[in-house]
Design a protein around this ligand. Sequence first.
Ligand SMILES: O=C(CO)COP(=O)(O)O
Length: 142
Amino acid sequence: MIKNIALVAHDKKKPEIIAWAKRHQDKLIKHNLYGTGTTGKLIKEAVPGLDITPLKSGPLGGDQQLGAMICEGKLDILFFIIDPMTPQPHDVDIKALLRLSTMYNCVVACNFATADFVIESPLFEEPQVHATDFSEYADRSI
Ligand SMILES: O=C(CO)COP(=O)(O)O
């Protein structure tokens, strides 16, 4: 089952996500890949086999673009490697992205331990089963 997958890492985590993507390229290559601008560009340069569609850079709206994809059901898995020790100018966008991922039951990995679990899971190749139940928001327009 082909999935839509996003790869994102904060600056200090970029060398690690490049190495991680290289290590898992045989699995990633079978899916539609997206990345925030800088992360996507760096992975594409380092791992030319991976055809990543670049969005805007995170601080310039890329995180928001991913949030919009999640709302529209266009993203299945988000590898979002966060640097917890560096303040980010777009902290509100990061929070918004994590909130929407939670809301829409999108699979999210914020560190490499979880990223490994997700990519090694037998469910990685299976159709997504956890649709969000919006019945409690029936009074809202969805
Ligand atoms: O800031 C980011 C995620 O919050 C990542 O953006 P870049 O990939 O453009 O550096």
